[in-house]
Ligand binder design. Structure first.
Ligand SMILES: [Zn+2]
Length: 216
């Protein structure tokens, strides 16, 4: 899933208004933020395979350390503990951990059966990506609902709080559309480096958060 992960981050703000939006973005996109480093280091692998599913030309055949269910749980616990180390409330730390795990749940719904339960274990995935229309409807709706939740729980402090948020929303939407219509990427390295660029969204969300506040 792509915009489903930022969607989960937006929804997280509703559950834990004190947690920064940048932190929630880092958590919800989390596994995909780690994944390009694991692939570039040669620890995990994928290949370009046009038609792998209707939605994506990528065959995620080997990513047990970032995308197995067991490791997703481990990353979730690590994230929660790291957050707690900053002397934050346990409640908020648990929301951060849950945001990390939400990534696996959303990927489980969308991916074909390529997500191992544990490294070397059986692979699962409900395969929503086999249908382009279904993916667009479900992911689009999820994004819209979570964005509304976010808009209801925060308000802009200044103009940047409005403009930066809507610019991000439009940018995410455009990338999503571009993904749908563009030809398969030239090679796996291009995909990995593009994935690293997702760290930009974390910084962007952090910036938005500085210019918005929780509603009373
Ligand atoms: Zn993922």
């Amino acid at each position: 899933m792509f915009i489903g992960h930022p969607a989960a981050a937006f929804a997280g703000k509703r559950l834990a208004p004190r947690v920064g939006l940048g932190t929630l973005f880092a958590a919800a996109i989390g596994l995909d933020l780690l994944w390009p480093f694991f692939t570039l280091a040669g620890i995990e692998h994928f290949r370009i395979d046009p038609g792998n599913t209707a939605f994506t030309p990528i065959d995620f055949y080997d990513y047990p350390w970032t995308h197995s269910m067991a490791m997703a749980l481990v990353w979730s616990v690590i994230a929660a503990i790291m957050y707690r180390l900053f002397r934050k409330p346990w409640r908020d730390a648990i929301v951060v951990g849950a945001a990390v795990f939400s990534h696996w749940i959303l990927d489980f719904v969308t991916h074909g059966p390529d997500l191992p339960l544990w490294p070397g274990g059986p692979k699962v995935g409900l395969g929503m990506w086999d249908s382009k229309p279904l993916t667009i409807i479900v992911e689009g709706l999820l994004f819209a609902i979570c964005l509304v939740l976010y808009l209801r729980s925060t308000t802009a402090r200044d103009r940047i709080g409005k403009i930066a948020l809507w610019a991000l929303v439009i940018f995410l939407g455009l990338i999503y559309l571009a993904n749908l219509v563009s030809p398969p990427p030239p090679n796996w390295q291009a995909v990995a480096w593009t994935a690293i660029a997702q760290w930009l969204f974390v910084a962007w969300a952090w910036w938005i958060d500085k210019h918005r506040q929780a509603r009373e």
